[in-house]
Ligand binder design. Structure first.
Ligand code: BGC
Length: 753
């Protein structure tokens, strides 16, 4: 701080920037600051380093680390990531503020993906709640904890639409649908950023990965993306656009190339669309090393050319490629890069720092007392519990084994994930205390006050899983299986907790098989042979191909990786204190050969079914998913009647339906509206979600639910990227999933803006 004040005394022009902002006049302040910055200092703002040493320890001596340290002191770093906790953040901020010439504060970034210390379910699980308020609240809690720990920027939300369950990162997104994904993107941005970025408790959000990352060929992470224009405009870009409309401050490039041009050097994505058409005024950060990875893509010959291409395309900040800090100065001085591009990038970054309030108080996120009070506080855990409950999807309950009776039923709990306190946390929890989740075993025992008969049955993994390492799945050791089978034989009901280890989904964790990993299928069948009264609780980070279970196991609850409070939420649902209301945000395949699988596919010229073989299908597998998008059951039943559709004079299309809870328990239903534009100049999907409402109904209660469809819902992007509406016939469905519902159609001849 002293250094900042000194700088202000010797550089009177800077005094304008420290006056506490009465009203945001950041442009003028940014311009003043820019006018006194050297080219090197400007480029420094565009440089982001990973956290690199115990900041509060001794000055580093190792060459590469020492270089980062020196660069911080000389004002050649604008941001760091992965520096956690107020003590470390304050120390680093002090270095830059007191030792660099201008004392421009750093911005601290971190992957706060589904919570900081208190973890909510993985984002795919949160999406299954279809509850935008709850999702917004969850992001707010994440921001509250992260900001209390010194962070002011999260690399979230990931808004990549994906149709491929093989891709490990589907756990980080909102699933396969651009409409749902767009609304969730907005909710998450609002949750992280709030109304005012400078207030404590809010942090900058980052819409990532721009763009197309979810379409990696064969679901293999970082793989090539080659998609048509219509998919780019209608599927990939809308959630990014939604995030931008919600005021997201930053975007992150994706690793992939898109139709031959890496996203980080992609003029079309960054200059034409994002900064051009959308007029985005925040800044763009590369993904980790994605500037220099353009060499491996075969797009540039070296890091110097990578820096040139990236900055020209519109990437404002270099995360860990060392390309900007090494080559930009020379590129400008040799006339290859116009300094105006540098100025534009730096302005965007400085603007964000002003908005965060860092120039008013560079230590505003470094209050150790606040950190102690807020992180892990009870209200955060309660919110996480609520989100967990809402995220779970009841996939099957044929023999009504669920809800379980609290008394008089002999239960055996079996499965390698049943007492796992780590897997519920997923793999994206850099600041979480590992092994801190409430396990299903703990949740059920706490809930009933009784000790449960429990056996793991098998070990799922045979090494100690770590964030950056591969995982070894146990495929041979069956020594514990007989104990589990004996327990099952004596029980009335068996609760089995199976799925994926928390480190089996996430970045770099694509799978070529989508069944239950390791010996779990064998365990399930062995248990089933002695006691078929099984309730299967699935814990996983992606849709699984669990056809045998779907055909044989009477009750299945999809719990995802449910976060810190997961075991408690699962217990409440199993015992019927919470009536499940989640709906799948991604289709579950019957077998991996169906993937990519998504409800909103095109018709093709040969839709079916037909008697002969000449239609678009498999000869050895149905086209249908095992569980469709939007599907999820409840302990009660809902009946849909009286679908009405009319075009009004407004002109809009008015749709209504009556829904009744015909069961004996209160419950929530997600009423979903789908359309099909039957004929269009660019073909449209066979179904598209265009509205939903989550309603709570008491037993016996009925309600009329209405939707309004405008040009926004009935239009689409043509291949020139223009959003258009074409009059014609539309089909409309309202119902409980993408595969069910009341149906009607109408002709819409006119819709005004
Ligand atoms: C991931 C990003 C993440 C970044 C920083 C990259 O490997 O793709 O999503 O934000 O690392 O941790």
């Amino acid at each position: 701080m002293r250094k900042l004040i000194c700088a202000l005394l010797v550089l009177p022009v800077l005094t304008v920037i420290t006056v506490k902002a009465q009203q945001p006049d950041y442009d003028r302040k940014v311009d003043s600051l820019l006018s006194v910055m050297t080219l090197e200092e400007k480029i420094g703002q565009m440089n982001q380093y990973n956290g690199f040493w115990d900041v509060t320890g001794p000055v580093p001596t190792e060459k590469s680390t020492k270089e980062k340290y020196d660069n911080i002191i000389s004002g050649k770093v604008g941001s760091v990531l992965n520096v956690l906790g107020t003590k470390e953040v304050r120390k680093l901020q002090e270095l830059v503020v007191t030792k660099s010439r201008l004392g421009i504060p750093l911005v601290f970034g971190f992957d706060v993906i589904h919570g900081y210390r208190t973890l909510t379910p993985i984002p795919l699980g949160e999406a299954a709640s279809w509850d935008l308020d709850a999702i917004e609240k969850s992001a707010r809690i994440a921001a509250l904890e992260a900001s209390a720990a010194g962070q002011n920027w999260t690399f979230a939300p990931m808004v990549d639409v994906s149709r491929d369950a093989r891709w490990g990162r589907v756990m980080e997104g909102a699933g396969e649908d651009p409409y749902l994904g767009s609304l969730i993107a907005k909710a998450r941005v609002r949750g992280f950023q709030g109304e005012d970025l400078s207030s404590s408790g809010t942090i900058m959000a980052c819409a990532k990965h721009y763009a197309g990352y979810g379409f990696a060929e064969s679901g293999k992470d970082y793989n090539t993306v080659d998609v048509g224009t219509s998919t780019i405009f209608n599927v990939i870009l809308p959630p990014f656009r939604a995030a931008e409309e919600a005021g997201v401050k930053t975007f992150m490039n994706s690793f992939n190339e898109l139709n031959g041009v890496p996203a980080t050097g992609n003029n079309f994505l960054l200059r034409t669309i994002l900064k051009g058409e959308w007029d985005f005024d925040g800044f763009v950060v590369s993904d980790w090393g994605s500037i220099s990875e353009m060499k491996a893509h075969g797009f540039v010959k070296d890091n110097r050319e990578a820096a040139e291409k990236a900055v020209k395309a519109g990437c404002d900040m270099d995360m860990e490629s060392y390309a900007y800090i090494t080559y930009l100065k020379d590129l400008v001085e040799s006339g290859q890069v116009d300094v105006k591009l540098i100025d534009d990038a730096v302005k965007r970054i400085l603007h964000a720092k002003f908005e965060l309030g860092l120039f008013d108080d560079p230590y505003k996120y470094c209050n150790a007392e606040r950190e102690k009070k807020i992180i892990g506080q009870e209200s955060n855990r309660k919110a996480a519990l609520d989100m967990s409950r809402k995220s779970m999807v009841l996939l099957k309950n044929d023999e009504l084994l669920l809800p379980l009776n609290k008394e008089g039923v002999k239960i055996a709990l079996i499965g390698p994930l049943a007492d796992d306190k780590d897997s519920p946390l997923g793999n994206w929890g850099g600041a979480v205390v590992r092994n801190s989740a409430i396990s299903v075993l703990e949740g059920m025992e706490r809930y009933t006050g009784n000790q449960l008969r429990f056996s793991k049955g098998i070990q799922l993994v045979s090494n100690e899983p770590a964030f950056a390492a591969g995982i070894s799945i146990n495929a041979t050791d069956t020594s514990m299986m007989s104990e589990a089978v004996s327990l099952a034989r004596e029980a009335d009901i068996v609760v089995m907790v199976l799925g994926e280890h928390g480190m089996q989904s996430g970045e770099g964790r694509s799978r070529a098989f989508l069944g239950l990993p390791g010996l779990q299928q064998q365990l399930m069948e062995a248990v089933y042979a002695v006691n078929p009264n099984i309730v299967l609780v699935l814990m996983n980070g992606r849709p699984l191909a669990i056809r045998w279970a779907a055909e044989n196991i009477p009750s299945i609850l999809e719990a995802w990786q449910p976060g810190s409070m997961g075991g408690q939420a699962i217990a409440e649902i199993l015992y019927g204190d919470y009536n499940p209301s989640g709906k799948l945000p991604m289709s579950f395949p019957r077998s991996v050969g169906q993937v990519p699988l998504y409800y909103n596919h095109k018709s093709t010229g040969r839709p079916g079914p037909k008697k002969d073989v000449y239609w678009s299908h498999y000869i050895d597998q149905s086209n249908d998913p095992l569980f469709p998008f939007g599907f999820g059951l409840s302990y009660t039943d809902f009946k849909y009647t009286n679908l009405q559709v009319k075009a009004t004079s407004t002109p809009e299309v008015f749709v209504s339906v009556v829904i009744q809870n015909t069961g004996e328990m209160s419950g929530e239903e997600v009423v979903q509206l789908y359309i099909r534009d039957e004929v269009a100049s660019v073909t449209r999907p066979v179904k598209e979600l265009k509205g939903f409402k989550k309603v709570m109904l008491k037993a016996g209660e009925s309600r009329k639910i209405s939707f309004i469809l405008t040009k926004n819902e009935l239009g689409f992007y043509n291949n020139e990227g223009e959003f258009i509406f074409e009059p014609g016939d539309f089909e409309i469905w309202v119902g409980p999933s993408s595969a069910d519902g009341l149906h009607t159609s109408l002709f819409v001849d006119r819709l005004d803006d």
